[in-house]
Design a protein around this ligand. Sequence first.
Ligand code: G3I
Length: 467
Amino acid sequence: MLLTRKRRRAVIAGVVTVATAALGIGLSTQFASAQTTLRGAADELGIDIGVAVNDSLLQNNQAYRDLIAREFNSVTAENGMKMESVQPSQGSFNFSQGDRLVAFAQQNDMTVHGHTLVWHNQSPGWIQNLSGTAMRQAMENHITTTMNHWEGDVATWDVVNEVVSDSNGQMRDSFWLRAMGEDYIQWAFEAARAADPGADLYMNDYSIDGINAKSDRYYQMAQELVAQDLLDGMGFQAHLILGQVPGNMEQNLQRFVDLGLKVRITELDIRIEMPATQQELEQQAQDFQRVTEICAGLADCSGVTVWGVRDGDSWVPGVFPGYGAPLLFNDSNQPKPAYYGALEGLGGDGSEEPPTTEEPTTTPPPTGDGDCTAEIDVVNDWGSGWQGNVLITADSGAVNGWTLNWTWPSGQSITSSWNAQVSSSGSSVTASDVGWNANIAAGQTVNAWGFVGSGSSASPQVTCTAA
Ligand code: G3I
């Protein structure tokens, strides 16, 4: 049987300890300095510290790659291993996004957590319309082909994702359930176990971090799957709100560990109603510390994955308008208080500054006039559309309100936006602040707002006018 990453790390740590003892290096040297990166601290614990990776940033932004390589020892594809990416039309597989991630992970000695094989969201239309028998075959074929492709490269898989609804622990009313009944979950795990017997198989969901009807339902399903040796782990997404780490989270995870399972925090982010005050950022640091401490303290927590690198990369503002800043790094790649909280929670030393990372070099330098400058940062491009974040920098003086103007070069338009008032006339766009994000301190750059665009992505020259 293959050594899992956790076991391999423990063995390596043992070898190092023996070797240093043989060389006569004192214990005080071995334990002299606590780790000052997340990765160093997690390696020492023998657990994963992971991050969700955006494929287009991975390809285009060297600073993003460097930051991930420095701070994380595990990666998850934010979208690239989901069914709509892997099998957009029946029988036609496209592994390119996941292959890029696996190559990056291997270059940097990281594990890959596979997300996800069976989900009601981001599944292509073709499978949703099949009859029960045909859907079962297609589901099993998707699992088998995908897991075979990455066998040995992807250590752990979210086999099923979000299969329980938010009300009273009922099964989610998805197209999977309607066509196949509840047995589809067992069938999915049977196919996954057969496809890659060396991989650890997980269920994964949100709002199950504490003890409640939804997590109770998973507990019951976990007992049944464990009895058939079909389940190895339970994933707790932990998309949390500031100050709301469930008080019984540790107890909840412990009961799954007691079933013989691994547990994993799979998609951690902690959102704040914007604008975030310093006090809220400190509270967020405590929340991140608590969650990482829980994992570090459990015998069988395989790791913690945060759902994105910089605040501006997060899905949160697009789905919860008015909320943001949910991650560990700001948009200048600098660690936030939350970073130091997470580091402390992993047993590292959060009082030391980590090495700085260069600013991104792939986006054009900001241009503009007056007291501020702005640029459009293309954070995601899926071919038929794209997501742009708009970064605004206050020049020598503070900005207390801003208006941006630009002209699309080739027929683009804005489909939806958040955190700005936007109007368009032909190819001209005007956008202004929404009050709470009007103020920018002198010399500061903020990720002020964002949008989904149609057509091909573009970063036209933006004019920024301060109020
Ligand atoms: O690919 C489509 C494109 O065909 C379509 O025209 C366009 C229209 O808006 O959307 C494109 O897809 C986008 C997709 O990301 C790929 O980039 C979606 O709009 C966008 O909503 C989608 O968001 C992802 C979201 O899952 C979808 O549910 C987020 O990036 C991703 O962070 C988020 O991750 C999920 C986990 O997988 C499961 N748990 C919850 C978590 C947060 O929602």
